[in-house]
Design a protein around this ligand. Structure first.
Ligand SMILES: [Zn+2]
Ligand SMILES: [Zn+2]
Length: 346
């Protein structure tokens, strides 16, 4: 066994605390990774509070991991010791269903094993990247280019691939008019990728204070959604709306901003259902769809793309013992745009 330490929640009411535990030695096809940085995703907070009802404690969050390989199993062929690598939302899938064969493991028909709170065959639950090391099968890690800014690269493993995959699958290219709804962790990555793909990008936000930031991130236009008059002029404007809002909101209001055949892509998952009027779709043959992280091959492709175009997340680097304050600030939307934990300071 390998002794590990990290930050864990012990109940849904407790803050994260320093926690020592053991990880199993790497198997034949597994690698042991020393974690350098881990991004802080909204899911980490919600799961620590058992908001999805299935959290097993002690719960160690973290699925935006950048680290270096300490050692490898005998049969590992894809990676070497000391390589810089990343681990994202899941560390296993069945490997033989249509989705897995098609390199879309995120939709594995037999269920993925998430990097945090995922049930393993032996009945134990996975512990995530708010820790000093992790053991992962070589087929579920990706190579991180050395030229990328490492703290900014960590959030690419969840927020980055979630937005990249949704834009690629929907074939968003130069000339498209794309609206990004919500400028948080996901939204700011959507702006970076959409502008880099050549789209004409508008940020829709209810916070007027974000206009400067939106422009700095590369957005061409900004619309304050509380400005009803301006909002009305946008009806039938966009080819795509990337909806990165996780709080309940009225989809119909935004669907009306799509042109004929326009597509609204949902990335955020509000806790409660929302009413959809059929007319919002039928009148202009609009579509509404969703997207969820990305496959391993696509995550690798994204990281190479990011290295080529020097794209990383805008992050605020924190020490591990600042995680509870970071959670509070993240929930208030008080972060531009992602926290990354420096796990070397553990
Ligand atoms: Zn995430
Ligand atoms: Zn599968």
């Amino acid at each position: 066994m390998i002794s590990a330490k990290g930050y864990a929640a012990h109940t849904h009411e407790s803050a994260l605390e320093l926690y020592s535990f053991e990880r199993k030695d790497p198997g034949e096809y597994e690698v042991l990774i020393d974690i350098i940085y881990c991004g802080v995703c909204h899911a980490d907070f919600h799961q620590s509070k058992n908001e999805y009802g299935n959290t097993k404690y002690p719960f160690v969050p973290g699925h935006e991991i950048v680290g270096r390989i300490r050692s490898i199993g005998e049969k590992v062929s894809k990676f070497k010791e000391n390589e810089l690598v990343g681990v994202g939302y899941f560390i296993l899938s069945c490997g033989y269903c249509q989705s897995c064969i098609g390199q879309e493991q995120q939709f594995c028909e037999n269920g993925i094993t998430p990097t945090q709170n995922g049930k393993l065959q032996d009945g134990t639950f996975t512990k995530g990247g708010y820790s000093d090391c992790i053991v992962v099968n070589e087929n579920y890690i990706v190579s991180v280019p050395e030229t990328l800014n490492q703290p900014g690269a960590a959030p690419l493993l969840c927020a980055g691939i979630t937005t990249y995959s949704s834009l690629k699958y929907n074939q968003i290219v130069a000339g498209h008019k794309v609206a990004i709804l919500g400028l948080g962790g996901l939204g700011h990555m959507a702006v970076k990728f959409a502008t880099s793909f050549g789209a004409d990008v508008t940020v829709l936000s209810s916070s007027a204070a974000k206009e400067d930031d939106a422009k700095k991130l590369g957005a061409h236009h900004f619309v304050n959604t509380s400005d009803k008059e301006h909002f009305t002029t946008l009806v039938n404007t966009f080819d795509f709306i990337v909806d990165a809002v996780s709080a309940k909101h009225d989809y119909n209001r935004y669907l009306n901003l799509l042109k004929k055949d326009g597509i609204m892509i949902l990335l955020g998952v509000p806790p409660e259902p929302s009413t959809l009027h059929a007319h919002s779709l039928t009148g202009k043959r609009r579509k509404i769809t969703g997207s969820f992280i990305g496959g391993i091959e696509e995550t690798q492709e994204m990281l190479y793309y990011c290295a080529k175009h020097q794209i990383t997340a805008d992050v605020e680097l924190i020490r591990p013992n600042e995680i509870n304050i970071a959670f509070e600030r993240m929930i208030k939307g008080d972060v531009r745009y992602r926290f990354t934990i420096d796990m070397q300071k553990l």
